[in-house]
Every structure is written in C-alpha cells, then in structure tokens.
Design a protein around this ligand. Structure first.
Ligand SMILES: C[S@@+](CC[C@H](N)C(=O)[O-])C[C@H]1O[C@@H](n2cnc3c(N)ncnc32)[C@H](O)[C@@H]1O
Length: 431
C-alpha cells in the first residue's frame, strides 16, 4: 500500500481548502504547521504570507515578514516566479512584480496569464465576514475545562461538583481505524482520515499531544486514540491509577462517554484509566510503570504512582492481593467452597475501596451473584446482582448495554447459567 503524502503536504492541502473558503485564520495556522514540519519549502511561507495578508489587510508586517523569507529564496521554476510576483504585488512592489512576470514569460510562462496577474487585485477574493474561531473557547458550562497541569501537559479539570455516576462528557470520535501495529497500514490509513477532516478539525488535532516521534499524524493518533477512535476533547483527560472518571463507548449513539466514578470537587483534575481493570487495580506500581512505558511511552506520575515508603508498600500489597483474589474466584470448587468465593469477592471489593479505586467492583460482584444463584440462595443472588447492576449504571450509564444486560439478572437471578443447581447453603457475606 502507498505511504501517502508527507504530513506537511496534507496540512498544506487542508490550509488551501481553508484559504479557498476565506477561513484565513485557520489557513494561516495550518500553513505555520506545514512550515514547522518542512522549513525548506518556500511555498508554505508564501502561502502563509498570502493568507496573513487577507487576514490583516491593514497590518502589512506579518505577511511582509513571510514574504521576505520567501523572497530570500531564488525561484528556479517559473511557477515560483509567478507566485513571487503575486507576493511582491500584494506588498505594493509593482516594479519587482513586473520583473518577475517578465522572467516568468521568458521561461515559458504564458503571456496572457502574466497579463491577467498584472491587472489583478491581490486582495480581490477577501470576504468582509471572513472570521473563524481557531480552537473553541473553554466551555465551562460543560462541567470541565482543559488547562495546563503541573506535570502531565494539559488535562481536564472539573468546573463544577460531580457525583459518582454523573455523565461528564459525550463526544463523537473524529475517526476510528482498525487496530494495527503495522506502520505500512497505519500511515496511509491515518493520512487518509486526516485528509477527510475539515481544516478546523485538523487544526485542533494538531494541537493534541504527541509522545512517540516519527510521522506526526501517526504519533498524534497513537498518543490520543481510544478503542473507539480519536476524540479531540476526551483525549485531554490524563491517566490515573486511581481514576475518578471512566470512559466507555456507547454504541447506539456512536459516542464516547465519560462518567464520574467518585464524587469530584470543583477544580479537581478529571482522570480516567488508560489500562483496563486488573492491569491497574491488580498490578503493583513497578508492573504498571513497565506497562506504561511499553504501551504508551510515558512514566505514570499519578497519585498512586507517586506514593513512597510504607504508603507505596501498602498500596502494592492491596493490589497484589486483589489480583490473587480475582484469579482465585474461578478456581475454587463452586459446590464445596461457595462461601470462600463470596468472602473473597467481599474482600476484593473492600481492598479496592481501601485503595481508593472506585471502578471494577463488578468484576467481583458478578462471580458472587452467579455463585449464590447456583446454590439457590436467591436473597444473596439478588443482592449481588443488584450490586453488579448499580456498579454498571454508575460506570457506564443506565442505557449502556452492560447495564441493560445486568438488569436482566438483577430482575431475575434465576437467569444465571446453572442457577438453582444446588440448595441448602446460604452466603450471608456482604460488602
Ligand atoms: C491522551 S494525552 C492526555 C492529554 C495530554 N496531557 C495533553 O497535554 O494533551 C496522553 C499524554 O498525556 C501525558 N499523561 C497522561 N497521563 C499521564 C500520567 N498519569 N503521568 C504522566 N503523563 C501522563 C503523557 O504524556 C501521555 O502521552
């Protein structure tokens, strides 16, 4: 498969689109990005100059600066001479422009094209209402704002109080691609997706964090994409091994959603977990750090990973034990050691709570519910099925398929596979 155009060229094409749509602010910024990627290409400078000129009709200093960079280059090709003539004309240098047009014709350019250019008005296509908002202003009514953190670049911060189960954000991914580790597939796929964006979306995408190096678009994509695709706002949420928020994909709306896992104070940073369940709650700091470096190319600086001394030992011990308990749930003989399964589920959930980790208690509750149903202890089965349902509602939303499925068992625990197989034992342990 072809590797596609270099990022700077794709950005330039998008900038041209913005220019043609009289979106000069976006066009100017995109040309700047193209210049940053390929400083040797005089066309980007010239195009930015033209765009700046449209943008700042009265203030010639910005375009003049770009054009002087461009004029410093010696155009060999007639097309470039033609562009330089246009730039000189826009700056009021009629004599220089005329000379360039003459040379352009002498090198094979068409006389009638040169004549038309000589007569044209360089600002003729400017629309009086050509304005654009570059990046949306922080929408504090949304309940969060994106701003700088002390150590992790930008992050999302609560601008109001949230309670567990509150919806924080709903966002449609800009695009999603099939999973692949093969750059020969990823580069053209990401490049094609970027070409399809609007210039404004591309500009926002270019403002996202990039952690890996190499092809810029692939870098941005890898740093920010989630299992459901790339989201401009959700990708500002940093990771924590003690997350206070959780993201999930809501298939009917095709949107990513973020729910509060805990009560969150105004001003607190909203963090999700980039790793799933046991890879976070069941892993020591050293194990998590190894995963982060391998998968995400950063060292986690979250509060749990910043613990030291006895606090760190206690946190690691809780997570180690939670992992052992979770592994054990399916290993105990459910007929003979049902009580053990339920007690271990209780212990696992308490460990997570002691740790301050408020996700994934349903990993444990579900096994306890099925075990109680197996033994026809319907009261306990109902308790655990409801625990599972409440957890799913808070973490994914009531209308999520996980919650809807959990509700079926909550309403009737007899629907668990193999329910009612044994009877006579009760499992009174509760969280
Ligand atoms: C998806 S972005 C999150 C938003 C990002 N901070 C920004 O400025 O746009 C992921 C990047 O944020 C930083 N980051 C996120 N969580 C972090 C954490 N727990 N510790 C250190 N850096 C983190 C890393 O640089 C990571 O590559």
């Amino acid at each position: 498969m072809a590797m596609g155009s270099p990022p700077a060229e794709i950005i330039k094409r998008q900038a041209n689109k913005a220019f043609e749509a009289s979106d000069f602010q976006v066009a100017t910024s995109l040309y700047s990005h193209a210049m940053r990627l390929d400083a040797a290409n005089p066309l980007y400078v010239l195009n930015r100059a033209m765009s700046n000129l449209k943008l700042t009709k009265c203030d010639i200093s910005r375009p003049a600066n770009d054009i002087s960079i461009y004029l410093g280059t010696t155009p060999k090709r007639s097309k470039r001479l033609f562009r330089r003539a246009r730039a000189r004309k826009a700056l009021g240098d009629e004599t220089g422009a005329r000379k360039d047009l003459e040379t352009y014709v002498a090198r094979g350019g068409q006389q009638k094209v040169a004549d038309a250019e000589a007569l044209s008005d360089p600002l003729a296509t400017t629309k009086s209402n050509a304005t654009t908002t570059l990046v949306p202003a922080a929408d504090t009514s949304a309940g969060y704002e994106v701003k700088d953190t002390a150590l992790m670049g930008k992050g999302a911060f609560a601008t109001r109080v949230f309670h567990r189960g509150d919806l924080i954000l709903t966002e449609k991914p800009l695009f999603a691609l099939p999973e692949s580790n093969d750059l020969r597939e990823i580069i053209p796929a990401v490049s094609a997706a970027v070409e399809r964006l609007s210039p404004t979306d591309l500009l926002q995408l270019l403002s996202l964090h990039a952690s890996y190096g190499g092809n810029l678009f692939v870098d941005i994509y890898r740093t920010n994409t989630m299992p459901c695709g790339l989201c401009l706002v959700a990708s500002r949420f940093n990771h924590s091994c003690l997350p206070n928020a959780r993201y999930s994909f809501h298939a009917p709306s095709k949107c990513l959603r973020i729910f509060a896992l805990t009560d969150v104070a105004r001003g607190e940073e909203l963090c999700v977990s980039y790793l799933s369940s046991r890879n976070v709650y069941g892993s020591t700091r050293a194990q998590r750090q190894r995963r982060f470096l391998a998968s995400f190319n950063f060292s986690c600086g979250c509060p749990a990973c910043s613990l030291t001394g006895a606090d760190l030992e206690a946190s690691d011990a809780r997570r180690r034990e939670a992992a052992v308990l979770w592994d054990g749930l399916t290993k105990h003989d459910p007929r003979l050691h049902g009580g053990r399964v339920v007690r271990d589920a209780v212990r696992g959930i308490r460990l997570l709570r002691e740790e301050g980790y408020m996700a994934d208690a349903d990993d444990f509750a579900l096994d306890a519910a099925a075990l109680c149903a197996l033994h026809s202890d319907w009261e306990s089965a109902k308790y655990w099925a409801k625990f599972n349902y409440d957890t799913k509602c808070a973490e994914f939303g009531k209308d999520h398929e996980h919650a809807r499925e959990a509700k079926v068992y909550c309403d009737d625990p007899r629907r668990y596979a193999q329910s009612g197989m044994y009877s006579g034992q009760k499992f009174p342990a509760r969280v």
